[in-house]
Ligand binder design. Structure first.
Ligand SMILES: C[S@@+](CC[C@H](N)C(=O)[O-])C[C@H]1O[C@@H](n2cnc3c(N)ncnc32)[C@H](O)[C@@H]1O
Length: 350
């Protein structure tokens, strides 16, 4: 995407992604919102002040999340009739008419809400990361010291407590209420084995506490309103997480890792991971992070290895990349869906 994409172009670009990722409702609303912007309608009034926002801040999704938040709060009865997340049934053009009226009528509150950054916590991404975790365990054969940056509410830090299935295989807690199905889409799957997590910590500049109603509403608002499976997974994961002691620490990635990566953890594999976070980190911080990661890599030994696992946008789908220091050069080990695992495993299988 070019640096200077206009707001209607951003909306249409996001609409295409929503279409591909199974949200016909958001695809339609965003295309009509782009037209409305071009025609000087309420969408222009709401979004025009954000013309120079960084492209990674996902303005179009911020608008969708802002409106969804009001609908989930029970304040948009007309629009809620077309949002499955609120008990409604999708009807594309009537939904657009209600959406447009909402923007016009709720302008003051939406102007505030649209400032909020996109904050999801998508447990489907655990299915994309699973193969990486298993491969790290298979190669290092040590307990994990798990560190997640951009951890949001910490739902993905509990990846080892969920159940994963695919044709011909399964992994994880058979009693978990959270089951991700069809994790691997091809015949290839990573080497399966036990993983021990000795320590788990996460950071986020704006951590969400899954036991608080306000934080739960934020997470729900950024799920697309016609994707009920995602919503159900989120509800269950928030329920499980709210009963655990684990809470994400308030910090940006660079400052947090500076202190944590200084010393390798003895007889443990330090596993740094992240998903759909890189674009939200400033250019300077990304550069500093890469320096920290490579310094940690150069200090790592076979007794104290360091792994860097991440799922971030690729050309046509998300890419899962892994480096293990020492001995496993950085490479793509899988491609995956952004919300559902749909993981095509490319790494070693035994
Ligand atoms: C799109 S969400 C993804 C959350 C989670 N990783 C997931 O996959 O569900 C992006 C997250 O990155 C966080 N973030 C933004 N800037 C950050 C930074 N400098 N360091 C760490 N996290 C950051 C946001 O607060 C937000 O929780």
């Amino acid at each position: 995407m070019s640096e200077h994409r206009s707001i209607p172009e951003l909306c249409r670009f996001q609409a295409d992604w929503c279409e591909r990722l199974g949200s016909p409702l958001y695809a339609h609303l965003l295309r009509r919102a782009a037209d409305d912007f071009d025609q000087g309608g309420p969408v222009r009034e709401l979004l025009a002040p954000h013309e120079h926002d960084p492209k990674g801040s996902a303005l179009a999704l911020r608008m969708m999340g802002a409106v969804h938040r009001l609908a989930l709060q029970g304040e948009l009865l007309e629009l809620a009739r077309f949002y499955p997340s609120c008990g409604g049934t999708v009807a594309l053009e009537p939904a657009w008419n209600a959406f447009r009226r909402t923007i016009a009528e709720q302008m003051p509150v939406l102007r505030e809400l649209v400032l909020r950054p996109v904050q999801t916590n998508e447990i489907g991404r655990c299915g994309a990361l699973l193969g990486g975790f298993l491969l790290i365990a298979h190669r290092t054969r040590l307990p994990f010291r798990l560190l997640e940056i951009g951890a949001s509410a910490g739902l993905n830090l509990q990846w080892d407590q969920y159940r994963y299935t695919w044709p011909g295989g399964a992994w994880g807690n058979p009693h978990s209420p959270i089951v991700l199905n069809d994790v691997f889409t091809s015949d290839a799957a990573p080497p399966l084995g036990d993983v021990t997590v000795a320590e788990r910590r996460g950071c986020d500049p704006d951590p969400l506490d899954p036991s608080l109603p306000e934080c739960r509403l934020t997470l729900r608002s950024f799920v697309w309103a016609d994707q009920l499976e995602r919503m159900r997974n989120l509800e269950q994961a928030m329920e499980v997480a709210s009963r655990s002691q684990l809470r994400v620490e308030r910090a940006g990635a660079t400052e947090w890792l500076k202190s944590l990566l200084v010393e390798p953890a003895n007889r443990m594999t330090t596993v740094l991971f992240h998903s759909i976070v890189w674009q939200y980190i400033s250019r300077q911080d990304r550069k500093d992070l890469l320096d920290l990661i490579h310094e940690a890599g150069s200090r790592a030994t076979a007794d104290s290895p360091f792994a860097w696992l991440r799922m971030e946008p690729g050309e046509k789908s998300a890419e899962v990349k892994l480096a293990i220091f020492p001995g496993f050069e950085d490479r793509i080990i899988a491609t995956a869906g952004y919300h559902r695992p749909n993981t095509r495993w490319l790494g070693e299988t035994e």
